[in-house]
Every structure is written in structure tokens, then in C-alpha cells.
Design a protein around this ligand. Structure first.
Ligand code: SF4
Length: 373
């Protein structure tokens, strides 16, 4: 059986129409007992795309509102980090490597794609470990990996660094942009304009960290359900939230039990802790500076640090988003893509003004792609 067939079999039962319609009917029934409107923040962009793709927002009753969260690592990266990558790419004898949609995110000077069209050696990786091969094949160049992502992808960067160390690779550097999920959620839940009264927490992050990381959010006394990304996972998470509210017992619950344990992947956590430590503070697009919300290399591995290697040319200044772009408000959960005046008109995936339109996990990209469902 080929991988595609296996994948279809695996996902099929979580997209079964009869089951979806059955649970939606039950949600409608139970939601009538709700004492207040539910504003559920789905933290991850993967959830947002599933909600829009399967039109779950339209199929649920009016007293259930999805608010899109800051769980897209590309979307929350501030412009000055992207500009740093751009400026490194411009240097002589540098190969800049990155993953995913980072290559198309605009900085005030241009995107990494623009740098590549100007002749810079910018490469897209399918796996961080490919960086090792590129570094070995280009010993006369500085190979810089622009590392980005939540706890889900940090172990891959740690594994790459581990291998580089063991194989004594001296021309590989890391621009570390790994972020952690709890501090931005606390920042949002603490804000005065916060309307969120339930969370669907990201499951892929939790596979690494375990569900225990969310216990610090229990102080907000709202339902927190760690949910998977398939439509039935999301609907089941919503039902669990409704049941918690109706029984007046908000708590932390794991819906995605097929992959998540309380303690997570201890081996991956050990690898992360070996190489990384929390930064004092890190700027997030839309959320500003958040203490202890991102990682940096531990001091003993500073020789791999691209921020030290290229310190003299890297901008440290804050760079503001395009004035028309409300990505910041969308990432804080106080606006939706439809509230943006230039959505679909000036800002499109072909001509993105902000990162939320570029990233495959961005809320604006989801609204553009699936529109009115
Ligand atoms: S539609 Fe474009 S300009 Fe508007 S918020 Fe989204 S990314 Fe920014």
C-alpha cells in the first residue's frame, strides 16, 4: 500500500460526513444550555485552516465563535528577524537556508525570495538535516540555517546541531527563532480587551511538551482542550468545551489522546534543553515583547550562533508593519481577516502585505483560500 493510500485510510474516519453531521447536531442541542456565548480561541493556524476548509464555523450555532490564535510561527515573526535573515543572505560567501513559507515573508527591504532573485544563495529545505550535507559540500562558505517554529520543530534544530557538533562541522551557523507557546497565550489572556473564554490548544506542540505545559493556564478558569486537527477532532474539542461550561467545571482535557501524553517526548525535551535556553525577552508580531517566550543557544554553543557571527550587520531596531495590515490584531484575537480593509483587494497571496497572507498556516491565507466556504 502506498503512503497516500495509508494516509487516506488514517484520516478518512476523522472526516466521515455522517459522523461530522451527527456531532454537529449534538453540539447544536447542547449549546442551547450554554449560559453565555463561547469565544473559543483555536491556538494553531492548522486548526484555523481545518475550520475554514470544512466550514465548521458556519455549521456551528451562533453562540459558538472561533477566534484565531497566534500559533503560526511564520506569522508571529517580527519584521526585524526577517530583515536580519535578508541581510545575512546578502553577505558574500553565505548560503542561507530556511523552511516553509519564510522565503516569501516580506521585510521592509524585501523577502528572501527577492534576495534570491538578486543572486543571493537562498535555499529552501525540506528537512533541517539537509543543512548538514550543504555545509559539508560548501566548506568555503558560511551556511546559515534560519531556524523557526514552536516546540514542535525545535527538536529537529537541536538534532541538527547535535550532528554538526559530533561531525565537527565548523561552517554551519544557526539564526534561532524558536518560540514557546505558553507565554503568548498568557499575554493574550491577560490583556484587557480579551474576550476569549475557552481554548483549543495545539496538539502537535503537545506531542513534544506533553499536556502538562497547559496546567499554568488553569488559573484563568476557562476550558482548555488539547485538540487534533481533523474536523472530527475539532468538533469533539468544541463538544468537550461545551460540556465543561455546562457542568461549570472548566479544566484541562486532552482530546488528541492518540498521540499526547502528560509528559510528552522526554528524549526530545532533553535534546532541546541540552542546546537551548529561554531568552529574557523576544518580540512577537502583534504581541510586542514577551518575557521568556523564545529560545537562544546556550553560551557553550555560541560559536554556532549566527547572531554573534553577523552581529555587526544585523538590525536591532523595531520595524513596523505596513500601516494597512492588521496582522497584529488578528494574532491577538481582536480582529479577523475580513476586518482588514485591504484583504483580497490589495493583499493577496500573490501580493502579500503581511505574513498572515503568506504562511500556509496564516488566518488571512485560510480566509482567502476557503472564502465563504
Ligand atoms: S489581509 Fe493582508 S494586510 Fe490584511 S491583515 Fe491579512 S496579511 Fe495583513
Amino acid at each position: 500500500m502506498c503512503n497516500k493510500e495509508e494516509n487516506m485510510l488514517l484520516t478518512h474516519s476523522f472526516r466521515d460526513e455522517d459522523k461530522i453531521l451527527g456531532i454537529i447536531k449534538y453540539i447544536h442541542k447542547e449549546s442551547k444550555k450554554l449560559p453565555y456565548k463561547l469565544n473559543i480561541m483555536e491556538v494553531c493556524g492548522g486548526h484555523t485552516h481545518s475550520i475554514m476548509k470544512y466550514a465548521l464555523n458556519k455549521l456551528l450555532p451562533n453562540n459558538i465563535n472561533f477566534i484565531h490564535g497566534p500559533g503560526c510561527p511564520v506569522c508571529v515573526m517580527p519584521k526585524n528577524r526577517i530583515e536580519q535573515a535578508y541581510d545575512i543572505a546578502l553577505q558574500k560567501d553565505v548560503i542561507l537556508l530556511t523552511l516553509g513559507d519564510m522565503i516569501r515573508i516580506p521585510s521592509s527591504k524585501g523577502s528572501l525570495q527577492n534576495a534570491r532573485s538578486e543572486g543571493c544563495d537562498v535555499r529552501f529545505l525540506y528537512s533541517p538535516l539537509d543543512a548538514l550535507k550543504i555545509a559539508k559540500e560548501n566548506r568555503d562558505k558560511k551556511v546559515v540555517f534560519f531556524a523557526i517554529g514552536f516546540e514542535t520543530t525545535t527538536p529537529m534544530t537541536a538534532a541538527l546541531l547535535d550532528k554538526a557538533l559530533k561531525e565537527n562541522i565548523t561552517n554551519l551557523f544557526f539564526h534561532i527563532n524558536h518560540i514557546v507557546v505558553i507565554p503568548p497565550l498568557e499575554s493574550i489572556l491577560d490583556s484587557r480587551d480579551c474576550k476569549i473564554n475557552a481554548l483549543i490548544a495545539p496538539s502537535h506542540v503537545s506531542v513534544i511538551t506533553g499536556s502538562k505545559i497547559y496546567t499554568s493556564l488553569l488559573k484563568y478558569k476557562i476550558p482548555i482542550v488539547v485538540g487534533g486537527f481533523e474536523p472530527l477532532d475539532i468538533l469533539d474539542s468544541v463538544l468537550k468545551i461545551i460540556n465543561q461550561v455546562n457542568s461549570n467545571s472548566p479544566t484541562l482535557e486532552v482530546q488528541y489522546k492518540r498521540a499526547i501524553s502528560k509528559d510528552g517526548n522526554l528524549k526530545a525535551q532533553k535534546l532541546i534543553n541540552k542546546y537551548f535556553i529561554l531568552r529574557d525577552s523576544f518580540e512577537w508580531r502583534g504581541l510586542g515583547e514577551i518575557p521568556h517566550s523564545a529560545l537562544r543557544l546556550r553560551d557553550e554553543f555560541v560559536r554556532f550562533d549566527a547572531e554573534r557571527e553577523f552581529d555587526k550587520i544585523l538590525t536591532k531596531n523595531k520595524i513596523y508593519d505596513n500601516k494597512l495590515c492588521i496582522c497584529g490584531s488578528i494574532l491577538r484575537g481582536t480582529a479577523k481577516p475580513n476586518d482588514c480593509k485591504v484583504f483580497r483587494k490589495v493583499c493577496t497571496p500573490q501580493n502579500p502585505l503581511g505574513s498572515c497572507m503568506v504562511s500556509s498556516e496564516g488566518a488571512c491565507a485560510a480566509y482567502y483560500k476557503y472564502g465563504s466556504n
